[in-house]
Write a protein that binds this ligand. Structure first.
Ligand SMILES: C[S@@+](CC[C@H](N)C(=O)[O-])C[C@H]1O[C@@H](n2cnc3c(N)ncnc32)[C@H](O)[C@@H]1O
Length: 345
């Protein structure tokens, strides 16, 4: 399998890596992790991985075919350029640009721009009759300096953050302060590994953020909320983003009018911006998981966001769900969210 590397978002230390693996597993794309450094994942996989990550991922930034990885020193970098199979990607007459991104502290005594010039010069020396074009190059080479290494390759794709920004809570026709950011919602959807056509359920749908992200990657979506105003608002938001839904209704999580789903992604109320309707968050989560487990088959998953104080692992254990992974998300002094993936085993 060819070698690739991905530059991931620095918004969270573990969620971007977990999201990549979940997408590849959902789409049944073979992969082998080679190295994980801050914001960079080097892996062997197939070309189909690039398309899948480009269309689904919230936290992947740049996707490259790897040419080499060496120590981040000018000498090592120029030597590596000399022996890299650049001719496979660049022919005589082609124009190219080199972009370098440094992650973390400055190392090696060079700036990103300085290194772009060094690398560009070495490429011009190696592949004759090529030219640099910074505004509309035919090929873009991309390198990152991370944890003392320079990883370099041909840029295949870049994921634009703009569509996620366009779906931020304030941009939706129905706004509520409890609404989740589109990027986090997309990542949570990916963590349950759905494929197009799967039925995704959100029993605490609020403004519909998770349903919208699920619908946009081709899932069929069903949502419930105990508050009629939220259900109406969700309907408006889904319609605005052209997401069709299989069902959206007022229902209490203790009594959901649904018997089967392929996956569940949700964000129960914490009693701050979203009402718990007089119940304790832990009690609601317990009731939700007890009901939810009945609508899933063996091997199917739930991803939920909850305050770390809810002790999800313990509740999951009580209702017979297996804990798969957790990611902590600091919100403010009195709220750290735990994004948890549970599986019916
Ligand atoms: C944190 S909000 C969900 C926010 C949503 N993820 C979004 O991005 O808009 C939790 C939702 O759960 C609903 N809720 C509270 N108690 C419920 C219950 N017992 N059954 C179903 N929904 C409930 C609230 O009305 C609220 O809309």
């Amino acid at each position: 399998m060819p070698q690739y590397f991905l530059l991931l978002s620095g918004e969270h230390p573990s969620l971007p890596f977990a999201e990549v693996e979940a997408i590849l597993e959902a789409e049944k794309i073979p992969y082998r992790k080679r190295q994980k450094t801050r914001q960079v994942l080097r892996l062997n996989t197939t070309a189909t991985a690039i398309e899948a990550l480009k269309t689904r991922s919230a936290f992947t930034r740049v996707l490259c075919q790897e040419l080499f990885c060496c120590k981040a020193s000018t000498g090592e970098i120029t030597n590596s350029i000399r022996s890299a199979p650049l001719e496979q990607f660049l022919s005589s007459g082609d124009s190219f640009a080199v972009r370098v991104r440094r992650i973390g502290k400055r190392t090696g005594g060079f700036t990103s721009v300085g290194l772009e010039k060094v690398v560009g010069g070495a490429i011009l020396d190696k592949v004759k009759r090529t030219k640099v074009n910074l505004s509309s190059p035919e090929k873009v080479f991309f390198g990152t300096i991370t944890s003392g290494y320079f990883v370099f390759g041909l840029k295949l794709a870049e994921v634009s953050p703009t569509p996620f920004r366009e779906r931020r809570p304030r941009k939706k026709p129905f706004f509520h302060p409890s609404a989740m950011r589109a990027k986090l919602a997309r990542c949570m959807v990916n963590l349950v590994k759905p494929i197009a056509g799967d039925l995704l359920l959100d029993p605490f749908c609020g403004t519909g953020s998770l349903l919208i992200e699920g619908g946009l990657i081709g899932c069929r979506v069903v949502g419930f909320d105990a508050d009629k105003r939220m259900v109406k608002g969700s309907m408006r938001n889904l319609k605005f983003f052209n997401v069709e839904c299989d069902g959206l209704a007022v229902a209490d999580v203790k009594n959901l009018p649904i018997s089967k789903a392929n996956c569940i992604v949700t964000d129960p109320p914490y009693g701050r911006s979203a009402s718990t309707m007089g119940y304790e968050t832990k009690e609601i989560i317990h009731d939700f998981l007890k009901t939810a487990i009945q609508s899933l088959d063996k091997g199917q998953s739930i991803c939920l966001a909850a305050p770390i104080t809810s002790n999800i692992k313990l509740i999951a254990q009580k209702v017979g769900l297996t804990h798969v992974q957790s990611h902590l998300l600091y919100v403010h002094r009195s709220l750290t969210r735990e994004i948890t993936v549970l599986e019916k085993s």
